[in-house]
Write a protein that binds this ligand. Structure first.
Ligand code: M6R
Length: 365
């Protein structure tokens, strides 16, 4: 079952070119420059009326939701809120009649996500599930939804489900966008780039050996910071969560520019910062955030685009990933972070597939 791999987590990391492809299979319509979903069970008129979207989830799925917020707001100009399901179930936020709720969940069994979804449904909102496990409770309770088709995820640390969630949310943003402000050519452009992503993720996986070497250098450290901006801010949160849950190292994800408002006080020679610095509109700003950390003697591991020599001069270690469109960066940038967490955990002799205190699906409150 594990094939050539030692652990499910590693196997699932390497499955991602295929699982991302599967999340897109049959869902791209190049001629109409949009996405197609079979299971939303709503007419385009009904979808056109949505004036607000709430994405609710826990853990890694909540991080995917944050990427979804950026994507949907950018492509479709629909306001999006991302809510921790455990909070939403007991909160009573004002929600307009035309607010649609998406519960995002790998397992489809997370108790808080189910309860939040049910509460929204009771108030009369249309609820959708973005879910991996077919026929799971949340998939059945929702009015409609989108399956990830990622196959079973065994490792407790979610990897392939995350990238599949982000892929599906990209398609959803494209679909909603094309009903509103996104032009035909902009839609086609996104589809072209999406089709190329499995290949780019395959290339990103080539960093495996480099990451292994870097892991050896940092495995004994006890505090890490993960920093990114815009689409890569949720990636930073996700990178930190991966490290925490499988290697039991304290790690915090932050928007890189927020550092100067507090967390920079943590920086010292023993606190590495993992910076996600792909080429993007605010590249120089992220570089200056990186320099602020270096000036305080903090070791820096940078995730950068191939050929970025500037970062190589500044950072202690660089992991290169392919250069893809800004909105698709989370799909490639999360690969080295998953691998880094995996190798550090192995070096610290941790049980990567079954980390302590955690369950694959959290069916209690
Ligand atoms: O099955 P779900 O996506 O609803 O699970 C949500 C979280 O429990 C889950 O993502 C958890 O944070 C993972 N262990 C993260 O790797």
């Amino acid at each position: 079952d594990l094939g050539e791999y030692e652990h499910y987590m590693l196997k699932e990391i390497f499955e991602q070119p295929t699982t991302i492809e599967n999340a897109m299979r049959g869902r791209l319509n190049y001629d109409e420059a949009t996405a197609i979903f079979g299971g939303l069970n709503l007419s385009s008129q009904q979808l056109r009326q949505i004036d607000r979207i709430v994405l609710t989830a826990c853990g890694t799925s909540w991080h995917a939701a944050l990427v979804g917020e950026y994507l949907i707001e950018e492509f479709a100009r629909i306001p999006v809120e991302v809510e921790y399901a455990s909070e939403l179930r007991y909160r009573n936020p004002p929600m307009s009649d035309q607010t649609m709720v998406f519960a995002i969940t790998q397992s489809g069994e997370t108790a808080d996500t189910l309860a939040a979804m049910k509460e929204c449904k009771r108030k009369g909102h249309t609820t959708m599930a973005i879910c991996n496990v077919v026929g799971s409770t949340i998939a059945r309770e929702a009015d409609g939804g989108i399956y990830l088709h990622a196959g079973p995820e065994i490792g407790v640390a979610s990897t392939k489900a995350f990238t599949s969630q982000v892929t599906v949310l990209t398609l959803l943003a494209l679909y909603l966008g094309r009903m509103r402000h996104l032009s035909y050519s902009a839609g086609q452009n996104i589809i072209r780039k999406l089709k190329d992503i499995p290949k780019q993720v395959e290339k990103a996986l080539e960093c495996h050996e480099a990451v292994k070497t870097i892991a050896e250098k940092y495995a004994s450290m006890n505090n890490f910071l993960y920093l990114g901006r815009l689409y890569n801010f949720p990636v930073a949160l996700e990178g930190a969560l991966k490290l925490k849950e499988i290697s039991y190292i304290h790690a915090e994800g932050y928007p890189a520019a927020e550092m100067k408002h507090g967390p920079i006080a943590l920086v010292d020679e023993q606190t590495p910062s993992v910076f996600i610095v792909p080429r993007c509109g605010i590249y120089p700003k992220v570089i200056s955030n990186l320099q602020e950390v270096k000036a305080r003697k903090g070791p820096v591991i940078a995730i950068a685009c191939e050929g970025d020599d500037r970062v190589a001069e500044l950072a202690d270690d660089v992991i290169y990933v392919p250069d893809v469109d800004e909105c698709l960066q989370p799909l490639v940038a999360s690969i080295p972070l998953q691998l880094l967490a995996y190798h550090i955990a192995i070096l610290r002799d941790c049980n990567v597939d079954r980390p302590r205190n955690l369950a694959k699906s959290v069916t209690v409150e």
